[in-house]
Design a protein around this ligand. Structure first.
Ligand SMILES: Cc1cc2nc3c(=O)[nH]c(=O)nc-3n(C[C@H](O)[C@H](O)[C@H](O)COP(=O)(O)OP(=O)(O)OC[C@H]3O[C@@H](n4cnc5c(N)ncnc54)[C@H](O)[C@@H]3O)c2cc1C
Length: 299
């Protein structure tokens, strides 16, 4: 039996693995994506993680993973289907069969992209990743839907490739940080469409445009590509009935202690005011420290 199973190898999970190994605990990191390092891996450039300025998200994730591996964390590729505690031992079961057991679990499964929920969305090809798919839209016309940091970051990234980037937002102001807003304002080929309620994605096999409502008027826009950046939803389905959730997130304080004994929630899945790499890493450290205390008190 492993001391700690860590579910998810994003910044939170990998930091938990680093801290668990430094505390001389055995740590098994389970991850559904091949060599995955979480959401940050698709980010073009990370400018706000201290000490590693300007690395791509992929490079930053690789550094985290390499450090965890160097310190002796073990890795297992597989999608977790369920987790439950029996007689004080956590059983983590995988979708493709098999299970692993541990004294404690750090749940660091992050979040997934939120969908637009409008007509035509399922049938058409929409991208959730500007860095992954932007290349296909060189000199084309695209739209980014959303108004947060991700949407504005995507629009800026795409502005270097596409001819025109429409930034379509349902409110009259962006939620994104001021520095991104200034960069967007200074970029000539980004056109803002504010207070626009998206109604439909049009087209055949590929998206050909959008229909939206603005000031009571229905309008349409011809496009070559659509990028969806309307936020995320926590990957906490597996925690339903296992620990307390709040607004869909795993309810836990800064110590990452959940309502279930021996289960610790870290990173974007946790009830936390800020979801970033630096806060996910901090959570990973706190979760491992709390797990270490739990193990020494109970085993
Ligand atoms: C486009 C974009 C740009 C961003 N830019 C920045 C930035 O510049 N700076 C910054 O600080 N933050 C940025 N962020 C936010 C940052 O990426 C997240 O806050 C951070 O990755 C959260 O880390 P995490 O470890 O909690 O979760 P995640 O990174 O989401 O990792 C969770 C991991 O769990 C795995 N997983 C999920 N479910 C299961 C399961 N059932 N079984 C096994 N594995 C599972 C996933 O595959 C994933 O690898 C950005 C996010 C996005 C999407």
């Amino acid at each position: 039996m492993t001391d700690i199973i860590i579910i998810g190898s994003g910044p939170a999970g990998l930091t938990a693995a680093i801290y668990a190994r430094r505390a001389m605990l055995s740590a098994l990191v389970v991850e559904k994506d091949y060599m995955g390092t979480g959401q940050i891996s698709v980010t073009d450039r990370v400018e706000n993680y201290p000490g590693l300025y300007g690395l791509s998200g992929y490079e930053l994730g690789e550094k985290f993973r390499e450090q965890a591996e160097t310190l002796g964390a073990e890795f297992y590729e597989g999608e977790v289907e369920s987790l439950e505690q029996a007689d004080g031992v956590w059983h983590v079961k995988f979708k493709l069969g098999g299970e692993k057991t541990a004294k404690a679990v750090v749940y660091a499964a992050g979040t997934s992209y939120r969908h637009l929920g409008v007509k035509g969305e399922d049938k058409q090809r929409i991208s959730f990743c500007a860095v992954c798919d932007g290349f296909f839209y060189k000199d084309k016309t695209v739209a980014v839907i959303g108004g947060g940091d991700t949407a504005l970051g995507d629009a800026l990234y795409l502005s270097k490739l596409a001819k025109t980037v429409y930034l379509v937002h349902r409110r009259d102001e962006f939620r994104a940080n001021k520095s991104l807003q200034k960069k967007v304002d200074d970029t000539e080929n980004i056109v803002k469409i504010m207070s626009a309620q998206l109604k439909e994605i049009t087209g055949g096999a590929n998206a050909e445009g959008i229909v939206y409502e603005q000031a009571g008027e229905e309008k349409s826009l011809a496009l070559d590509g659509i990028f969806c950046a309307v936020g995320s939803v926590p990957n906490t389905q597996l925690l339903e009935g296992v620990c307390k959730l709040e607004g869909g997130y795993a309810a836990a304080g800064e110590d990452c202690v959940t309502s279930a004994a021996g289960l610790f929630a870290a990173g974007d899945v946790r009830t936390t005011p800020l979801r970033q790499v630096v806060t996910a890493a901090a959570d990973g450290a706190n979760a491992a420290a709390s797990a270490e205390k739990y193990i020494s008190d109970n085993f």
